[in-house]
Design a protein around this ligand. Structure first.
Ligand code: PEP
Ligand code: MG
Length: 592
């Protein structure tokens, strides 16, 4: 049968064209097919027992670690899971399925677990019991994993393919990315979610909100993803493939052209020098950052180690990563942000409980100041790494002066307890990503060494719009004058107090935002590594005096749309050579 293109559209997130096969990401693999007449009951029971033992060992270890970190109240939560594994009724029910219905251990376990969960759901309205059901689901997944049935064990099959999923967590994406996947197509997903940020950083073509993708796709189906155009083609014809091969080549040529400038400075035509640095999540990305001409790391998001394990990493594990990044990046500096867990980056309910409004809840520095031990361990690891390179500390989600005072006290305590050399000083900065912090930046600037504006959250909190909720994406705009006014105030207060200020939200790499931010006086821009060459080219074609005019005009507009129209006019009139660049690096906005 001749291939017929099926074209689907979504929101372009990370540029690049890939042509290949699909890998449909399911968190569960289908039960393995076996010849039932050959099924050996004893063997299946042994397999099951082994899986239970392994799951138990793992749980015991986690329980001990949680106990050490948070106390027995928390570790006790795992008791229910451990008891579940020893439940005689459960074992009997599984045995029955294997023996009477000739099921494999995996099939039998899944079928009994499913029944168990359905019964709980049906029989109870109690939240407590429903939460226990979550526990059973959790431990159930662990056992299925040991039986070889959960996706984490066949992620290897994604190698070189375009991954299709409804949504992915940042951790799932990072795990998949280790298989050099060719692209990601999500049915849902928000434009500034952490998953998106990671995909950009890893230079994986990505399109989100392709609503029909789950229904229309099949494992190993031929497909094309165009991460710049937001286009997905399923079952492409040879003609379509050729068209996209051409597009891919053009894109790579454009990119190569830009990479030529990675060794040059980011300096405007009238001599103003900017620091262009990178945002990273894992040490591996330092190579991408250096390759793209980053002169430091402006934001090292440190949540991955926690999310990957589901509980806090050890000081040694953290130190190993931080030190590795600091050494690779030397002599440039590395700003390590202390954990910003909470909101969409949850360890699990053990740490959080359920929150109705997690983005307004227990997140970032709020968690660190309450769970002091977790914070202290991370600070210890950062301070140790600071002896191996040029490291700075940055606190996320600061909303009050008191948080900074307390964090500084804790950092001083950690220094004293580890005999940190008296002649060494580690800069401390805070993220300005909550409107109250921007409004209090006059006071905050007297307490720290630098500010970094987290425009992703600052936009979310200023415009009261959930950054991951696509129903309100049309309202989410970092170029909204209300956000720009807060940025202006922050920069002025920083400079009055002789501290420098950077921007590390996605906006720092948006071609439309760059002239405005420079014009407002930002000293440093920290962005996804792949955005650096585009940003550098723009800066090298701009003058500070022009940027100031653009910035002042922007503050007087009514919305981001007007600002972009203005900038488009400027490009047409004065910077025709930048037109292609603007298209290449442009972050799409629904409301324009
Ligand atoms: C931000 O909010 O702009 C930011 C850089 O932090 P994150 O995206 O990790 O929340
Ligand atoms: Mg943030």
């Amino acid at each position: 049968m001749k291939n017929r293109d099926m074209i689907l559209r979504g929101i372009p997130i990370s540029p690049g064209v890939s042509i290949g096969k699909l890998f449909v990401f399911n968190r569960y693999k289908l039960p393995s097919k076996i010849n039932r007449s050959k099924l050996n009951v004893d063997k299946e029971m042994l397999k099951l027992q082994k899986a239970f033992d392994e799951a138990k060992n793992e749980l015991e270890k986690i329980r001990k670690h949680i106990g050490d970190m948070l106390g027995s109240d928390y570790s006790a939560i795992l008791d229910a899971q451990l008891l579940f594994l020893d439940d005689e009724e459960l074992h009997k029910a599984i045995y029955k399925q294997i023996k009477e219905n000739k099921m494999t251990a995996e099939m039998a376990f899944r079928s009994v677990l499913k029944q168990y969960l359905t019964d709980i759901e049906k029989q109870t309205t109690s939240n407590y019991l429903r939460e226990r059901a979550m526990d059973f689901k959790d431990v159930g997944m662990r056992v299925v994993d040991k039986l070889g049935g959960i996706l984490t064990s066949n992620i290897k099959d994604a190698k070189g393919k375009i991954v299709v999923a409804n949504d992915l967590s940042p951790t799932e994406l990072l795990n998949l990315s280790q298989e050099s996947i060719a692209g990601i197509i999500l049915a849902s997903g928000g434009k500034t979610s952490h998953t998106v940020i990671v995909a950009r950083a890893l230079e994986i073509p990505m399109v989100i909100q392709v609503k029909e993708i789950i229904d229309k796709s099949q494992m190993d189906m031929n497909a094309i993803i165009d991460g710049k155009g937001g286009i997905v083609v399923l079952n492409p014809s040879e003609k379509t493939k050729r068209q996209f091969e051409k597009k891919k080549k053009e894109y790579l040529d454009e990119l190569n052209d830009l990479k030529g400038i990675s060794d040059l400075e980011a300096v405007t035509v009238d001599g103003a020098k900017l620091d262009l640095v990178a945002n990273i999540e894992i040490p591996l990305e330092v190579n991408i950052a250096l390759h793209n001409g980053a002169r430091g790391i402006g934001l090292y998001r440190t949540e991955f180690l926690y999310l990957e394990k589901g509980f806090p990493p050890t000081i040694e594990e953290m130190y190993r990563d931080y030190s590795n990044v600091a050494k690779k990046m030397a002599p440039y500096s590395v700003i390590i942000r202390t954990i910003d867990l909470g909101a969409d980056k949850l360890l699990n309910d053990i740490y959080y409980g359920k929150e109705d409004n997690p983005f307004l809840g227990w997140r970032g520095i709020r968690i660190c100041l309450e769970k002091e031990l977790i914070f202290k361990e991370q600070i210890t690891a950062i301070l140790k790494a600071s002896l191996d390179g040029e490291v700075k500390i940055m606190l996320p989600m600061v909303s009050t002066v008191e948080e900074v005072i307390r964090a500084k006290e804790i950092i001083a305590e950690v220094k004293a307890s580890m005999n940190y050399p008296k002649d060494r000083y580690v800069d401390l900065g805070i993220m300005i990503e909550v409107p109250s912090a921007a409004l209090m930046s006059d006071k905050l600037a007297q307490m720290v060494d630098f500010f970094s504006i987290g425009s992703n959250d600052l936009t979310q909190y200023t415009l009261a719009v959930d950054r991951g909720n696509h129903k309100v994406t049309y309202l989410y705009d970092p170029l909204h004058p209300s956000v720009l006014k807060l940025i202006k105030m922050t920069i002025e207060n920083a400079h009055k107090n002789d501290i420098w200020v950077g921007v590390c939200g996605e906006m720092a790499g948006d071609p439309y935002a760059i002239p405005i931010l420079i014009g407002l006086g930002v000293d440093e821009l920290s962005m996804s590594p792949i955005s650096i060459p585009v940003a550098k080219k723009i800066i090298r074609n701009l003058s500070m005096s022009e940027a100031k005019i653009v910035a002042n005009k922007s503050l007087n507009h009514q919305n981001g749309k007007e600002i972009r129209e203005d900038i488009n006019k400027e490009i047409e009139e004065k910077f025709v050579s930048l037109k292609g660049i603007f298209n290449l690096g442009r972050i799409e906005h629904d409301n324009i």
